[in-house]
Design a protein around this ligand. Structure first.
Ligand SMILES: NC(=O)c1ccc[n+]([C@@H]2O[C@H](COP(=O)([O-])OP(=O)(O)OC[C@H]3O[C@@H](n4cnc5c(N)ncnc54)[C@H](OP(=O)(O)O)[C@@H]3O)[C@@H](O)[C@H]2O)c1
Length: 321
């Protein structure tokens, strides 16, 4: 039985990756910082949950011994420069060394649309700059010939939707309570991709069947759905599909840039996980859509699902009022 180590496997995408791995007969280990607060872990029956500090390189190396593949889904959306560096760059340096030392054969890393491994610092936000730097670390490590690196696939998704997303669900919830929707980045464009398609892509990357030489070359793919929407359209869709206010939702008030920054600053100061930060606004300076310069999920034989039919099923069930 093949063994996979799924870092970030307790998260939104991780749950579906683990479910698909288990269904395909993989033995799955998921590290978590804390069993007690490990996200979706209670929903993933059948995985071995391991309390581990993945930033401790020796511990990580030990945990990778005997694993055939690693899937990395660890990421943060909000944080300081130092936190982005730690999670998106330093962790990948440690992971690359540990994977080589442990003889891991395959690594699938989930990055993000807008990350640029060639010119990471050209990206507009800390999130995207650090994602690009992390990709560059893995690409360098994968092409080492002595000792041999691992087979690497990098997936760059646009925003991901699914039953437990913090995206359409949040837009639907907000519209239940707010009198109107003050929206930053209303015209920013996204190409949402279904979480099951991202998980299928991870599985297919692990089963890449090109001739041996080609299979060793790192592969970078863009993971996007079939349709492009503005953020305003997505907010309105979330209301329509969830039936908030009879599907009418709330009036969307597109914030001018200066007011969007004020709103984001206030959200950063409020307790708890912010809905939007100034760094998120910076990320939206780039359209979150496929560049077309890289292969998409069709390269893996995946016919990506459209948002509306999938989201209708889960938003309607969860948010009906
Ligand atoms: N969701 C999207 O719309 C979207 C869009 C584009 C790209 N992506 C990418 O897809 C991947 C998965 O995203 P997701 O939405 O599934 O993320 P998620 O739900 O936030 O899960 C991330 C996981 O990473 C672990 N983690 C978080 N901070 C950590 C830290 N400082 N040190 C170690 N582990 C940490 C957490 O596990 P524990 O708490 O159990 O330790 C958590 O379960 C990420 O690379 C993300 O950038 C996501």
């Amino acid at each position: 039985m093949n063994k996979a180590f799924v870092m970030g496997g307790t998260g939104f995408v991780g749950e579906r990756v683990c479910a698909q791995l288990l269904a395909q007969g993989w033995q799955v280990t998921v590290p978590t910082r804390s069993r007690a607060s490990s996200g979706t872990a209670p929903r993933i029956g059948g995985v071995t949950l391991l309390e581990l500090d993945v930033h401790d390189e020796a511990a990580l190396r030990g945990a990778l011994m005997g694993q055939d593949a690693v899937v990395n889904l660890v990421a943060i959306l909000h944080g300081t420069q130092a936190q982005f560096q730690q999670v998106h760059v330093s962790l990948l340096e440690k992971l690359a060394r540990a994977a080589v030392a442990a003889g891991v054969k395959q690594l699938v890393h989930v990055s993000a649309i807008g990350a640029n491994a060639q010119q990471p610092l050209s990206a507009p936000s800390m999130y995207l700059r650090s994602k690009g730097q992390g990709e560059a670390v893995l690409l360098r490590a994968a092409t080492l010939t002595e000792p041999p690196g691992f087979e690497l696939t990098i997936l760059r998704p646009s925003v991901i939707f699914g039953a437990h997303d913090k995206f359409l669900n949040v837009f639907a919830s907000l519209q239940k309570t707010l009198p109107f929707m003050p929206l930053a980045g209303a015209d920013a464009r996204f190409q949402p991709v279904w979480v099951e398609d991202v998980a299928s892509a991870v599985l297919r990357c692990l089963a890449r069947s090109e001739p041996a030489a080609a299979a060793r070359a790192p592969l970078v793919l863009e993971a996007c759905g079939p349709d492009v929407f503005t953020l305003r359209e997505l907010v309105q869709l979330a209301a329509r599909l969830s039936g908030v206010r009879g599907g009418r939702g709330r009036a969307v008030f597109a914030l001018p840039k200066w007011l969007a920054r004020v709103q984001a600053t206030l959200m950063e100061l409020a307790p708890g996980e912010p809905v939007m930060t100034r760094d998120n606004l910076d990320s939206m300076k780039l359209d979150n859509v496929a560049s077309g310069a890289l292969p998409g999920l069709d390269y893996l034989g995946i016919k990506v699902a459209a948002l509306v039919p999938v989201a209708t099923a889960y938003l309607g069930a969860k948010h009906a009022v």
